[in-house]
Write a protein that binds this ligand. Structure first.
Ligand code: HEC
Length: 595
């Protein structure tokens, strides 16, 4: 799940949901739902949602009875769509760790209002064929030949590309509403109780040093302060939230650019006495953001920015019926106050297969080359093995030279790129085996490349990336074996430095190594966080092995990105519009709570 995927939550307001629902041909939805128990079968009036919620939040349930209800396909159908063994073999998400992922209240809501929050990667896809047939289901496979959907009945259908008229996403969950209708309040509470017990076993986790069972907290957390007085929001747009990145403009210590997913870039000038917000560039007409983890994702300044004023953007576009990720080169105006308005130079275009997992970051390395990450683009499980396939740029970290061109390319391949000489690999690749690498950064002192890769159902991971190495997906997820389908003989996999399980969050956001105050106990500590749990972690490593990790604090909003400035301050970007500055002075990295 990328942060953006997670953020699709915000689109799924119930209002739009009913509106959209009415536009669907109801016939098919009816067919797929016909086998499920319906409210009509309930003998008496069923309690309202609020009654179920209130009861389940104030009463204890019986786990064994809940487990029985869950498994009873005649009564509830949960097991028709959900596995609980970690295999993710059915239409809905595997629930083996759902009790780690959600608290009781969210579990209750997930069952009572399935469409209020759609689990990332499990949105309903609607495919309309040229023959006029419409299919709804969860995307299980997408190739050039066609797509495969799993319907609510658990059956797979394949629709050939040549037969597809239109494919679109839906805001209505495949999980039916009203499943609780046949249950008593106590039965619903039993079911809830059972869901809370679905947690990742500790035993498998403590065995690995890089994935500690418990991450200690600081006695005094790092102080987090709003950097701008107000949240940054689109004026009247539908999407009110959606910040993605924050950068100081090189050489201008009090000027910052803030990116919004929808394509807006603001220029913020901040002094002790004032804050000035202006539109730096408005790309909302060009950026594709509506569906999936898309939009304007990141910005990087050229190493010689002060003289050539060049900067680079990574965002999604919708072209020729497909979502693609593009990298463009643009220039600042001579006064550094806005974009120059000159046409962008397109550097790279990578077409998505299933629109998920587009990675999220681009940065110049200390070597002057541009590094770009790309996710496997989905669907779940990376069923086509994109991340292990060296002939594709999907699931890769790339490294290119934007100052020269080569052949037909808008860039050149650096001479020491690891796969440059190989006929069976893309020469742009620097490292591979990533699922959805959302953020990476270079340690400004050591040059170490830290990357955080968003996991699927089990764990989130942080990698120290080296030239040519394979970080495992989809053979491994974190430290754990995932699938042998695309395992190739003779391939070595580099394990993460750090991984964490659902108890600590669902979507890792990579940060940077703190290089502000040399006297600080945080000097040299790598910071990262989690979008959904909003926690900030600090960690140190030695030879790629975790030394220490702590929870050092948290922010009030979805932690979508980190930023830094030339002085070495660290900022945390809240998806809902706030930028926070971290203050380390009152905290100590080695001072941990003893419990
Ligand atoms: C027709 C298939 C179907 C049935 C039946 C069904 N679900 Fe779901 N469920 C889904 C899908 C698809 C999702 C993901 C989309 C979403 O979040 O709504 C989901 C999501 C969930 C989630 C959130 C999981 C996450 O990781 O975000 C929970 C919890 C859940 N279901 C529990 C249940 C329970 C309990 C039942 C039985 C009462 C049930 N489901 C019945 C298909 C189904």
């Amino acid at each position: 799940m990328t942060p953006i995927e997670e953020n699709l939550h915000h689109y799924f307001q119930l209002k739009t949901l009913t509106q959209r629902f009415l536009t669907f041909p109801l016939a098919l939805a009816f067919v797929w739902r016909a086998e499920l128990p319906s409210a009509a079968q309930a003998p008496t009036r069923s309690p309202g949602l609020d009654e179920f919620r209130k009861y389940a939040l104030t009463h204890e349930g019986d786990v064994a009875r809940g487990a029985k209800l869950f498994a009873d396909e005649q009564k509830l159908a949960c097991a028709k769509c959900h596995s609980v063994d970690g295999r993710a073999s059915k239409a809905g998400p595997d629930l083996f760790a759902v009790g780690d992922k959600f608290g009781r209240r969210d579990l209750v809501d997930a069952v009572l209002m399935p469409s209020a929050v759609i689990s990332p990667g499990y949105g309903t896809v609607i495919v309309e064929t040229k023959a006029g047939v419409e299919y709804q289901g969860i995307l299980k496979q997408a190739t050039a030949a066609g797509v495969q959907l799993m319907g609510a009945d658990g059956k797979l259908v394949f629709i050939a590309t040549t037969d597809v008229k239109e494919q679109r996403g839906s805001t209505v969950s495949l999980m039916p509403e009203g499943l609780q209708a046949g249950l008593s309040l106590q039965e619903f509470t039993d079911l809830t109780e059972y869901l809370t017990t679905l947690q990742q076993p500790e035993s498998a986790l403590v065995s690995n040093h890089g994935m500690p069972g418990v991450i200690p907290q600081l006695v005094k957390p790092v102080t987090v302060r709003p950097f701008f007085s107000e949240p940054l929001r689109l004026p009247q747009g539908k999407v009110q939230t959606g910040l993605t990145a924050f950068h100081q403009v090189p050489g201008l210590s009090n000027v910052f650019l803030v990116l919004h997913q929808k394509g807006m870039i603001w220029r913020m000038e901040k002094t002790a006495a004032s804050e000035e917000k202006t539109v730096f560039a408005d790309l909302t007409g060009e950026v594709f953001y509506e569906r999936g983890p898309n939009g304007l994702l990141d910005l990087a300044f050229h190493p010689k920015f002060r003289t050539n004023r060049k900067y680079y953007l990574k965002y999604q576009v919708f072209e020729e019926g497909k979502v693609a990720t593009i990298i463009v080169e643009k220039t600042f105006a001579a006064d550094f106050k806005g974009d120059s308005g000159q046409p962008a130079r397109r550097i790279l275009k990578i077409v998505s297969v299933a629109e998920d997992h587009s990675g999220g970051c681009l940065q110049f390395g200390p070597d002057g080359f541009l590094y770009i990450v790309m996710g496997d683009t989905g669907p779940h499980n990376d069923p086509n093995g994109h991340a292990q396939n060296l002939q594709l740029l999907l699931g890769k970290l790339m490294r290119i030279d934007v100052d020269r061109t080569e052949g037909d390319l808008a860039y050149a391949i650096p001479a020491d790129n690891p796969f440059r000489a190989r006929a069976d690999a893309r020469p742009e690749i620097w490292a591979y085996g990533f699922r959805n690498p959302w953020r990476f950064s270079f340690d400004r002192v050591t040059g170490d490349l830290w990357l955080a890769d968003v996991g699927q159902d089990r764990v989130e991971e942080v990698d120290l990336v080296h030239r040519g190495e394979n970080y495992g997906w989809n053979v491994y997820e974190g430290f754990e074996p995932f699938s042998n389908q695309y395992r190739k003989d003779g391939r070595y996999f580099t394990p993460p430095v750090f991984a964490y399980k659902r108890k600590y969050g669902n979507s890792v956001t990579g940060g940077c190594v703190y290089r502000g105050d040399k006297q600080s106990s945080f000097y040299g500590v790598y910071l990262c966080g989690d979008y959904t749990s909003k926690r900030i972690f600090g960690l140190t490593q030695e030879n790629g092995t975790l030394k220490t990790v702590r929870q050092i604090g948290s922010i009030p909003q979805g932690l979508v990105s980190f930023g830094t400035d030339e002085a070495g301050h660290i900022y945390a970007v809240g998806y809902e519009g706030m930028i926070y500055q971290l203050d380390f002075t009152a905290a100590r990295f080695d001072d941990i709570k003893s419990d």
